[in-house]
Write a protein that binds this ligand. Structure first.
Ligand SMILES: O=P(O)(O)OC[C@H]1O[C@H](O[C@H]2O[C@H](CO)[C@@H](O)[C@H](O)[C@H]2O)[C@H](O)[C@@H](O)[C@@H]1O
Length: 283
């Protein structure tokens, strides 16, 4: 792999990405670094409750955060769960970290340790009540598992013997259930989530970038739910704010790699990149 500007950083494949990385290196104090959690900071595991940040993730973020304008974790997880599974609370260096949870409907701020949240959508409770019956009638595969997320509910198929077939069998029944209750289906890596409309990672990222007055942005993600954040960075670039799109690559999702400036082979490599970026910045 060739390097920019020295041996420690990979070269983005696109001119826009190289411009984005150059802007972050030139004006780090104006940069927002925003990172997805599962599949990007945390390796994918079969049981969502066992997911944890890569052991090098918190040290890398803690070294990076004091050098840039802001570090944010942008996740489909409830903010409090991501804070817990990430080990983000009370870490020296991460005292300004924000976690935008539930695709931006929740915001945890390390300065207060509190979560600010949008009102709950009544359709979630109604869909939750109907969900077991819908799964039974759809002939859900053994191993299909419901994740209770508070302001959303997710159906996972990774533990079925054929996860993709189990996922495919549920797409239409869950779309119907979501529509009847005013919700949307968020498809992800062997998961279909029923959640309220009106917020996504793109809106969340744009809001954060605008609130911080950022002059450059980096976003790293791995899954379809990260596409709106990719679109937000593309929109910011069109408005003159340089940005770098990083894909945490996998053999499950190809869409993001096609849009990314830099594709890295999974969470360990993403975390290594963030650590290298931190080392390349003035402390
Ligand atoms: O926005 P993210 O931080 O990427 O969260 C997206 C979903 O991640 C979790 O599911 C994924 O990770 C699990 C643990 O590795 C894995 O078992 C599952 O197959 C993946 O889809 C989480 O459980 C969901 O609630 C998040 O929305």
């Amino acid at each position: 792999m060739s390097s920019y500007p020295d041996d420690s950083l990979p070269v983005p494949a696109t001119a826009a990405g190289r411009e984005g990385l150059a802007a972050i290196l030139a004006r780090p104090r104006t940069a927002v670094v925003a990172v997805d959690f599962d599949g990007t900071l945390a390796p994918i595991v079969a049981d969502p409750e066992q997911a944890r940040a890569h052991p090098d993730a918190v040290p890398a973020l803690a070294e990076l955060a004091p050098c840039v304008g802001s570090v944010a974790v942008v996740t489909g997880r409830p903010a409090g769960v991501a804070v817990r599974y990430g080990g983000f609370a009370g870490v020296p260096g991460l005292d300004r970290l924000v976690v935008l949870g539930h695709y931006g409907a929740e915001r945890w701020d390390a300065r207060t340790g509190e979560v600010r949240a949008a009102p709950e959508h009544p359709g979630v409770a109604a869909a939750r009540a109907e969900l077991p019956g819908v799964l039974e009638r759809a002939g859900a595969w053994p191993g299909t598992w419901i994740e209770e997320k508070g302001r959303a509910v997710a159906v996972h198929t990774r533990r079925a013997t054929d996860p993709q077939a189990a996922f495919d069998a549920l797409v239409d029944p869950l779309a119907d259930l979501a529509t009847r209750h005013g919700l949307v289906v968020e498809p992800g890596r062997m998961v279909l989530e029923l959640r309220p409309p009106g917020m996504d990672k793109g809106e969340a990222l744009l809001e954060h970038v605008r609130a911080t007055g950022a002059g450059a942005v980096l976003y790293a993600g791995d899954d379809l739910g990260d596409l709106p954040a990719f679109a937000a960075v593309e929109k910011l670039r069109a408005e003159g704010v340089p940005g770098l799109l990083v894909c945490s690559g996998s053999d499950e999702v190809s869409t993001l790699a096609a849009r990314a400036d830099l594709t890295l082979p999974g969470p360990a490599a993403v975390v290594g990149f963030l650590a290298s970026l931190a080392r390349a910045l003035p402390h």
